[in-house]
Design a protein around this ligand. Sequence first.
Ligand code: HSE
Length: 434
Amino acid sequence: MRAIGIGLIGWGTVGCGVIRVLHENAQEIEARLGVPLKLTRVVDMDLERQRPVSVPADMLTKRAEDVLEDPNIQIVVELIGGLGAAKTIICKALDNKKYVVTANKALLAHSGNELFEIARKNGRAIGFEASVAGGIPFIKSLREGLAANRIETLYGILNGTANYILTRMTDDGLSFQAALLEAQQEGFAEADPTLDVEGIDAAHKLAIASAIAFGSKIKFDQVYTEGISNIDPLDIGFGKEFGYELKLLAIARNNDSRLEMRVHPTLIPAGHVLASVKGAYNAVHIHGNAVGNIMLYGLGAGMMPTGSAVVADLIDLARDIMSNVPERVAPLSFLPDRLRPVAIRPMSDISTCYYFRFAAVDRPGVLSKIAGILGKNDISIAAVIQKGREVEGAVPIVMLTHEAVERNVIRALDEMKRLDVVLAPTQLIRIEDR
Ligand code: HSE
């Protein structure tokens, strides 16, 4: 074999990163692989737009078929994103006996189980390192480096855009909108940034990572998801006063043989290692029963880090092609027929500490009414502050709780709505203090 032919579909931010890595690191890649990775075709609907990385005109086409039907292309890279055309392209590529690399976490979260099966039937594999945590070799670490372990917990920051926004709001006092605009300009955000700010992108990634870690099928619809669009700078400030930093955390825990999967804004101690993860960086903490605790840290978004992950997959698959192995490692690490039916812990059953901000009238007896409802619902208060600031006619009363059961918290906040001294919905933020 003199070269491995690559066809790239989607000449966007990540596509540009892939082209640049293939070009700039061609010598290193060939020295590792023995043959070059030869970019043969680049497909995009828009060939006119200015990009940071150019492509020779004779390599460009608007027709996906020019890649999918080219016998000189062994690996198809899908970087168009979304659930529609991307899925059709991947299925056609596999049916045409091509290997596939994708960064499409949304598609894998929704249809990964089906796509991996199609790949297996065709004797081909799908590389998806770039789908979770950008440039961090997270899938490889989980699938191979930690394959000797029973994974117990996995939690971290899996969305660079949300982390960038929270960092700019916390450290520099930027508004949510201004910080989001910056993240979009830097090329971290998804085409539809709702996916980033509503926690959906992190949930896609958590669903994929949990399946690999805990040996189940991908169950995206079972991930509890809450984003950061509802976060008031006031809560970031109160969090700081209590010694906490606000992060959008993705948490998966195998607890009493029931799997907990959730993404939500979370207060973590300011001294926690994840609190120092700033900007577009991602970090994941994993606990394996043999290895103990490990942390992976790096840029979770952006042109070159994500390009690095895509090209690492190209190198892996090229090695499989050259040694005539259809699929060296099962996509979810566990063999497809050994994936386990895992019971999911409903959100109402989880137990954690809470931050509440009540908007209450400043009058004698109000605090005792609120505390009474919490006590009745088995929720123990750990700390309280009240500031004499006016917020829409009410003062903010902030309470932190000891560990409580979510079901009780929801019931208590429901009762709270009926108090005439509580003037607005209560802000609830979960705290991870373990
Ligand atoms: N929009 C994603 C993020 C890109 O901000 O993390 C990487 O998946």
